[in-house]
Ligand binder design. Sequence first.
Ligand SMILES: [Zn+2]
Length: 103
Amino acid sequence: MADIFCDCCGDFLPEGTLRYTVHVQIMVEGEDLMMTDSADMLADLHLFIKGDDVADACDIQDDEYQELTFTLCPKCRHRFMQDPFNRSAQQLRLQRTADRLFH
Ligand SMILES: [Zn+2]
């Protein structure tokens, strides 16, 4: 089995270590996307193996739908659950900028 590392902090997560998977789906809001069914996926896979252009055969583009998967250690999972978009870091940067401008 390949070594596994936390995708956020880079810590090594040896076999048996508590770790979490974050699966993210990003899709265009309000669009009625036609999801490929398993038969279409098999056809796309067949085209890919043959070397044909799958993008032409696939109805969904990357800017319409993407799935991402990350592995996190317990510490990074906790931080992600508290602040998934790391807004506190952005607010801290804005505060530091404001402090420099007004002192
Ligand atoms: Zn981590």
